[in-house]
Design a protein around this ligand. Sequence first.
Ligand SMILES: Cc1cc2nc3c(=O)[nH]c(=O)nc-3n(C[C@H](O)[C@H](O)[C@H](O)COP(=O)(O)OP(=O)(O)OC[C@H]3O[C@@H](n4cnc5c(N)ncnc54)[C@H](O)[C@@H]3O)c2cc1C
Ligand code: SF4
Ligand code: SF4
Length: 407
Amino acid sequence: MMTEPKSTPEKGICSSCGLCSIKEWPMHESIRSCVFKNGWLGGREKKLFERERKLDNPEEMRFGITKERFLAQLKKPMPGAQWSGIITAIAQTAFDSDLVEGVVTLHRSGKNSFFSEPVLAMTPRDIDESKGNKPVLSPVLRSLQDAVRKNLKSILVIGAACHIHTLRDFQERFPYLQQMKVYTVGIPCVDNVHRNRFHWILQRMSKSPETAFHMEFMADFRIHIRHTDGSVEKIPFFSLPEELSNPEIFPKACMACFDYLNSLADITVGYLAAPFRSNEKLQWILVRTEKGGQLLDPIKDRLERYPEKGEWECRDAVLKNAEAIIAAMKEQKASYSSKRKMPVWAGQILAWVLGRKGPKGIGFAHYSVDFHLIRHYYYVKYRYPEQLTLLVPRHVRSIIQEYGLPL
Ligand SMILES: Cc1cc2nc3c(=O)[nH]c(=O)nc-3n(C[C@H](O)[C@H](O)[C@H](O)COP(=O)(O)OP(=O)(O)OC[C@H]3O[C@@H](n4cnc5c(N)ncnc54)[C@H](O)[C@@H]3O)c2cc1C
Ligand code: SF4
Ligand code: SF4
């Protein structure tokens, strides 16, 4: 099996966020701000909100500090966007109204629709072309260099949690961006992959990897892969080949990631707590700061808005998997089978049953956040014990204890 591309020893764990590729300042300064050198949340969260998340508030522990949370979709969904296109609408409106002079984001690579190219978007067309998911590690922050060289005074950065953490630290610690007003839109992000592994993984998921152009892990317990002929292939998570459960196929960075919901972004826009209905494109919005409100306000009239739904409780569902996750993180198996964990027909039945009986809406978000925090805690504990104290934010320990699992 392919191995993860080697990081330099000074970089250590690295999600290729793009900051270290910048030539405008020394690389050691970029590395100094890296989230994998400073740890997740903690002091950074306190600086942004003047407090850390409350450990006696179960929702805040999982979803981070927010001013408001709700479900929404654009009344006129944007073709080509990942969901209804709320992020692109926010970016376009911020640009059109001169709130920002440029948008630091990604375009699809011309060579491969799943891969990304960093871009500083400074025209409506460039912003429109940034729509859609690129399910690979992406050097978003590289375009900060262009923004600095153009002497921009205000920018919007759209990124995953590792981008936003590192960006916030860098802006505060070093002088280069301090004259710039920076707004941030965060995507929830988990289980990302390195681009040199992407096709190996896709070949094991899809019957027709060569025609696949879009992929998403959905709340109906299936991976949806869209093909160029318009068909959508739905593979239950439970029927994937066993070799896709090998933690080694994911980047170390993503297995050591503790901020699924991008809690330092001004606003997070995802879909995790939105009930999955095939004819809708409902999204989940978490407004975190005043700047997040400023970004959202101008598009409010374009949104259909709904309260969050679903039962909070998901303890049994999490505990059902916990032992197996802990064992998988502990044992470092030499080989994984290429056989499916269960036949596709059986996986479809299980996905159907869980779709009716399993956690939904806010309960599904609760389940998914806890599942990943538990998996990542034990990944770091068994494979990088020397990094445990630095990387793991304090609420993760509280959640582990809530389930009665060993620290
Ligand atoms: C690897 C990965 C895993 C994700 N997992 C979840 C999840 O589990 N739950 C959830 O709620 N949401 C998840 N998302 C986010 C989700 O797919 C959508 O991006 C989000 O819901 C916004 O939808 P939209 O229609 O408003 O986006 P659009 O208007 O289409 O805009 C999407 C924006 O995200 C940017 N973007 C795309 N890929 C990346 C990337 N790799 N890194 C940084 N920026 C990127 C685009 O350039 C664009 O600016 C994930 C995204 C990625 C990349
Ligand atoms: S994650 Fe970013 S800042 Fe950290 S080492 Fe990698 S490129 Fe540099
Ligand atoms: S999973 Fe975490 S570390 Fe990996 S790309 Fe997403 S935010 Fe960054």
